[in-house]
Design a protein around this ligand. Structure first.
Ligand code: 6PG
Length: 478
């Protein structure tokens, strides 16, 4: 029997994707470096659909219909290259190699170019939704050639999450575009979680609301504007009691957040693109600071806060909700803006309405808001920034007074709110008619003759600072 797809790498994500294909009626050839995993999967779930057991990559390749589709789900980095190196000699022109892991998009670009040179398609697909999503319907962001999507797309669309019956899977662009979009999704995911954390901290340390009661607040928030998977699971985590101690679960967990790297990659890439994703960056740094446990322990004795204890303003809970919503909007706006910059840099035709539509179900950042974001970019409307779309300009304006009160209160209480406050700074920075960047330019010109432009005409200028301070026209070489 010929299989329509082969999956190599049967840890949880690979196994669940394989099961998802099989449950959707495809025959799936299975391969894993250690055969024991393949057998364990078949023993536990072999009756869910049609599987072909293979022991070697040669057997896997031989089990597939042509053009072959081989999906790799191994740890990002060297393991992906190693599997590709073993697979390529076994494949024929027109075959498709799919990398469904969280690979860096530059690796995907490199691999795509290398395999294209051999007549093979290499498709990096972003897959979001965790273990459950992989099994029941993830959000899928495929890159690679348009041609490969004709053969692969229908299968991916079948196993993807559905929003109003529409699959959350669509070809997003060539070479590494899929992995780039997934990376930015994760950057937004980091910011989304950080703003939830800041709200929790404000309600706990500022307003003295215990986790169990907060669980109810988050559950309530999940019914409105903030409705999203992450808010829903926040209520679940906060409601959970540790069986061993009887304490709130959140109090027995070490407060240093790990990361596998996609958030950091988003920020590194944004820095290279000159894209101001300040909220996403702050959320990555917040994880970094939380992990500096030794310094944090010393700081307990060494650093003084001089916090004030202002009355927490009336309506604080609602204020925090609005500040959370506004900051969340800014993170999405920054992430989408970064996608726009990347599209120019890499020659991708990224369609922001389509990308937002892929995130409406299945993925970790799924939120009701995403349907509105999709609409904001739909029908040829291209606001230069999400926040300029009338619906969002209005929504964020309504939240601004509460947002300012919350940031001001947090500062006085000494509660760090890096994403709430940097998002507000981004919003104010965008709105500001004149920025102090003019002074920065003046300073650069004085110490390094880096030149500047004038508000009242064309040209590039330099002031003879150490001479008579007259101005000369300059050729900008910096
Ligand atoms: C998803 C997630 C997933 C990611 C985890 C862990 O969309 O399903 O983004 O791909 O690996 O969320 O990420 P960190 O370990 O970096 O927090």
């Amino acid at each position: 029997m010929s299989a329509q797809i082969g999956v190599t790498g049967l840890a949880v994500m690979g196994a669940n994707l394989a099961r998802n294909f099989a449950r959707n009626g495809y025959t799936v050839a299975l391969h894993n470096r250690s055969v024991a995993k393949t057998d364990a999967l078949l023993a536990a779930h072999g009756d869910e659909g049609s599987f072909v057991r293979t022991e070697t990559l040669t057997e896997l390749v031989d089990a597939l219909e042509k053009p072959r589709r081989v999906l790799i789900m191994v740890k990002a980095g060297k393991p992906v290259d190693s599997v590709i190196d073993q697979l390529v000699p076994l494949l024929e022109e027109g075959d498709i190699v799919i990398d469904a892991g969280n690979s860096h998009y530059e690796d995907t670009r490199r691999r795509e170019a290398a395999l294209a040179g051999k007549g093979l398609h290499f498709v990096g697909i972003g897959v979001s939704g965790g273990e459950e999503g992989a099994l029941l319907g993830p959000s899928i962001m495929p890159g690679g050639s348009r041609q490969s999507y004709d053969s692969l797309g229908p299968m991916l669309e079948k196993i993807a999450a559905k929003y109003d019956g529409e699959p959350c899977c669509r070809w997003v662009g060539t070479d590494g575009a899929g992995h780039f979009v997934k990376m930015v999704h994760n950057g937004i995911e980091y910011a989304d979680m950080q703003v939830i954390g800041e709200a929790y901290d404000l309600l706990r340390a500022g307003a003295g609301i215990e986790p169990a009661e907060q669980a109810e607040i988050f559950a309530e928030w999940n019914k409105g504007q903030l409705s999203s998977f992450l808010i829903e699971i926040t209520a679940e985590v906060l409601a959970h009691t540790d069986a061993k101690t009887g304490k709130p679960f959140v109090d027995v967990v070490v407060d240093s957040a790990g990361q596998k790297g996609t958030g950091r990659w988003t920020v590194v890439s944004a820095l290279e693109l000159g894209s101001p994703v300040s909220g996403i960056a702050e959320s990555v740094f917040a994880r970094g600071l939380s992990s500096q446990r030794d310094q944090r322990a010393i700081a307990q004795d060494v650093l003084t806060g001089h916090e004030q204890q202002p009355e927490v303003p009336e309506g604080f809970i609602e204020d925090v909700r609005q500040a959370l919503f506004a900051s969340k909007l800014v993170s999405y706006a920054q992430g989408l803006d970064m996608l726009g910059s990347a599209a120019k840099e890499y020659g991708w035709d990224l369609k922001l309405d389509e990308i937002a539509s892929l995130w409406r179900a299945g993925c970790i950042i799924r939120a009701e808001l995403l349907d509105d974001i999709m609409k904001a970019y739909a029908g040829g409307q291209q606001p230069a920034n999400l926040l300029f779309a009338p619906a969002f300009a209005e929504a964020i304006a309504a939240a601004v007074p509460a947002w300012r009160r919350v940031v001001a209160t947090a500062v006085q209480l000494g509660i760090p709110v890096p994403v709430f406050s940097s998002s507000l700074a981004y919003y104010d920075g965008l709105r500001r008619k004149r920025l102090p960047a003019a002074l920065t330019q003046g300073l650069r010109d004085l110490f390094g003759a880096h030149t500047y432009q004038r508000v009242d005409g064309e040209g590039t200028f330099h002031t003879l600072w150490s001479g008579d301070k007259s101005e000369v026209e300059a050729v900008d070489t910096h």
